[in-house]
Design a protein around this ligand. Structure first.
Ligand code: ZN
Length: 402
């Protein structure tokens, strides 16, 4: 019987009676991480703590810190002659601000257990995920010679600008010609119960600040002016009515939404010289950012607009179709939780958007997400060791050799 299966079969009521049972390593590490006040982009020593544990297992640590962001890339390969496959366990140590402290039932940076639930900032997003991953690898390496390479990619810049964290490390990997086969992101993916959902894709986000240029003048002399609002109106109607794609089995159709529209000087007798529009695409894998841009330009040009367009692209869509990683995740979740996870592609963005373009199959597997970013963020203690068992099961299926 492994330590894990013993821990899982240990009477939970007994476990709940003591805070510091040695059989709850994931709980212990989660608490230690919550106790480090890692407000984004401050790592507050979390990566050092994790790095120490990994180094003891034989991982090689590489610090790719940049612009005040801590980035840890830790790799383990038992046989350098056979480095494939490469699996990355990815996550972030930074947390969002607490909000008003007096609304928390306990100090957000002093982990507290109440009624079988662990409270603290980062409890679900995502210090428990990191702790569960570390402990899973500890158990795996204790009794198994692993195939290929295991890596941890941990950053302190996910909740903030997300410019110098995983995005940067992914760039470094690309420059080195490293193509990961699999990546598991430990974000809180579960909905109502642990393992009921895994995230297998996310939509892309493409936005534009569009300035339509005209010529200012008096409303009584329109022939001496050029009204940008009048020029924009039919083009905008066409953009709104356009079907960009039809989506697919995993994603809804690409959506176009205007968030801001402004024109005019405030005076009621002046034709404005320009009109400003801000719009955003949430797009699926049936379209690309370049295609969408080209189609927008075609509409604007068709209507004879003069304009200046500033685009911002914050994420490519990704979708992991059925492959070895999803099969391993489903099988492991089924074994630990007794259920088949829903494949989900909704929600906001995560660092998975930077890992998928490297060519990896990517899934997000983590605890229940109902309290993330909220007051009294929490995770169920019973879920901690089970989440770790899920990760361990995935690793054994993909990397285990007996
Ligand atoms: Zn997160």
């Amino acid at each position: 019987m492994t330590l894990l299966s013993f821990a899982l079969s240990f009477p939970l009521s007994l476990c709940a009676m003591a805070d510091d049972l040695p059989l709850r390593p994931v709980l212990d590490l989660t608490r230690a991480l919550i106790g480090r006040r890692s407000l984004t982009p401050d790592d507050a020593g979390c990566c050092a703590l994790i790095g120490e544990r990994l180094q003891r297992l034989g991982f090689t640590l590489e610090w790719l810190n940049r612009e005040g962001v801590t980035n840890l890339l830790a790799t383990y390969c038992a046989d350098p002659a056979a480095p494939a496959p490469l699996l990355i366990l990815a996550g972030h140590t930074d947390v969002v601000p607490t909000g008003p402290l007096d609304r928390w039932s306990s100090d957000p940076f002093q982990p507290e257990i109440r009624d079988g639930v662990l409270y603290g900032r980062g409890a679900a997003d995502m210090k428990s995920g990191l702790a569960a991953m570390v402990c899973a690898v500890e158990r795996l390496l204790a009794d198994t010679k692993v195939r290929g390479t295991l890596a941890f990619l941990i950053t302190s810049d996910e909740e903030g600008a997300a410019l110098h964290g995983t995005k940067y490390v992914a760039q470094v990997l690309r420059e080195r010609g490293i193509v990961p086969d699999y990546a598991i992101v430990g974000e809180a993916s579960s909905h109502l119960t642990l393992g009921d959902r895994i995230v297998v894709g996310r939509r892309g986000s493409l936005g534009c600040n569009l300035r339509v240029l005209g010529k200012q003048g008096h409303v009584a002399y329109p022939h001496k002016a050029d009204n940008p609002i009048h020029r924009l109106a039919p083009a905008l109607a066409e953009l709104v009515a356009t079907e960009w794609d039809q989506g697919n089995a995993q994603f809804p159709p690409t959506s176009f939404q205007v968030s801001n529209l402004h024109g005019g000087t405030g005076a009621n007798n002046v034709i404005p010289g320009e009109a400003d529009l801000i719009f955003n695409f949430r797009y699926c894998t049936e379209s690309t950012a370049d295609e969408l841009k080209a189609r927008v330009f075609a509409v604007l040009d068709h209507h004879g607009l003069r304009y200046d367009a500033q685009w911002w692209h914050t994420g490519e869509p990704f979708l992991t179709r059925h492959g070895a990683l999803i099969a391993a995740a489903e099988s492991s979740i089924n074994e630990v939780c007794g259920l088949s996870p829903e494949h989900f592609t909704g929600g906001g963005t995560s660092d998975a958007r930077f890992l998928a373009p490297l060519g990896a199959e990517v899934v997000e597997i983590g605890p229940i997400n109902d309290s993330i970013h909220k007051i009294d963020e929490h995770v169920r203690i019973d879920d901690l060791e089970r989440l770790s068992a899920i990760y361990e099961g995935v690793l054994r299926r993909l990397h285990g050799t007996r």
